[in-house]
Design a protein. Structure first.
Length: 320
């Protein structure tokens, strides 16, 4: 990867993450990555919440209605309506039934699944060399840099490694499903990185999607939607493809520049932790997990507004 490689940023988001997105976007504007085109895709019914960002330099606002095939978008809207009516517990039960019985189908079209399709569609359709996915709950520091995602020795894929025997739960299921889809031989240790930033090489991603369509004789998005609910991981499939069918040199890079805050129940602690991280030159990205699905009762407003002020005070605007 040479230094003049064309890169873009992609962020899938929705109403539940608009406040996190506001902080992420401001930190991006003040970071060394501010010059990159930023493609943001929101669920169509949530667009009005993101109109404040339209016209921001370098930001391209898309909706799911523009990105997804019409049939998939209709089913996504229906799935969101049903999920909202049923609540989280019934949605979880419906997903479990679908995995066992193959019915109902709508859990496979909920936002978590269709966001993955949006990332793949944008990253493969937009003219670029590399697409970097950033979730709404990522905060960029003034030390972020493009060299985090580039290497002269091959395409970069971020990775953390664990012994397969130690894995369980959703991570193991994502890995098994991904390896099965692309006929990749099981490896040990296995790459268990499923967070963002995440890097897609444009050419290899298109190759992967073409492989899925040719292997299963259907569109790639239908291949993925046919997977059991909650077993789909676009990152897992891409990593398995790099380990298996892909014929390209890969630089497996540990994301030592990233930090993660999983417990945001104490706003003062979150604010103090992030403030300290902003001054650490080894930290380029901080993820404050949003828990926007409703699994936790923590109110992000208790720390997001304070963090916005801290970012404004501590981070000087940068050119790329």
């Amino acid at each position: 990867m040479n230094s003049d490689q064309r890169s873009i940023l992609i962020t899938p988001t929705w109403a539940g993450d608009v406040d996190h997105f506001r902080l992420m976007r401001r930190s991006l504007e003040l970071s060394p990555l501010s010059g990159l085109p930023h493609h943001v895709v929101v669920q169509a019914e949530d667009l009005y919440l993101f109109e404040e960002f339209r016209g921001c330099p370098g930001l391209h606002l898309h909706t799911t209605a523009e990105v997804l095939p019409d049939a998939v978008e209709r089913k996504r809207v229906r799935a969101r309506t049903i999920s909202t009516q049923c609540g989280r517990n019934m949605t979880r039960i419906a997903g479990s039934l679908s995995r066992v019985l193959g019915w109902p189908k709508w859990p496979s079209y909920t936002g978590w699944h269709t966001q993955q399709l949006c990332k793949l569609q944008l990253a493969s359709a937009i003219d670029c060399d590399q697409a970097i996915v950033l979730d709404s709950d990522v905060l960029l520091t003034n030390h972020a840099k493009m060299d985090d995602f580039r290497s002269s020795e091959g395409v970069v894929c971020l990775s953390t490694w664990e012994q397969r025997a130690a894995l369980k739960g959703k991570v193991l299921k994502w890995i098994n499903q991904a390896e099965s889809l692309v006929a990749a031989p099981p490896v040990n240790p296995v790459n268990t990185y499923f967070d963002t930033p995440f890097v897609f090489d444009h050419a290899l991603l298109k190759e992967m999607l073409a492989y899925l369509s040719a292997t299963y004789n259907k569109t790639w998005w239908q291949v993925l939607l046919d997977c059991p609910p909650r077993r789909l991981s676009e990152f897992g499939i891409y990593k398995a493809f790099l380990s298996g069918p892909a014929k390209a040199p890969v630089v497996w890079r540990q994301p030592e520049f990233s930090r993660y805050i999983f417990d945001s129940s104490d706003p003062d602690r979150v604010v103090q932790t992030v403030e300290n991280m902003l001054t650490d030159t080894s930290i380029h990205y901080v993820t404050i997990h949003s828990h926007s699905s409703g699994r936790e009762a923590w109110d992000p407003q208790a720390f997001l507004e304070r963090l916005m002020r801290i970012v404004e005070e501590h981070v000087e605007p940068c050119g790329q």
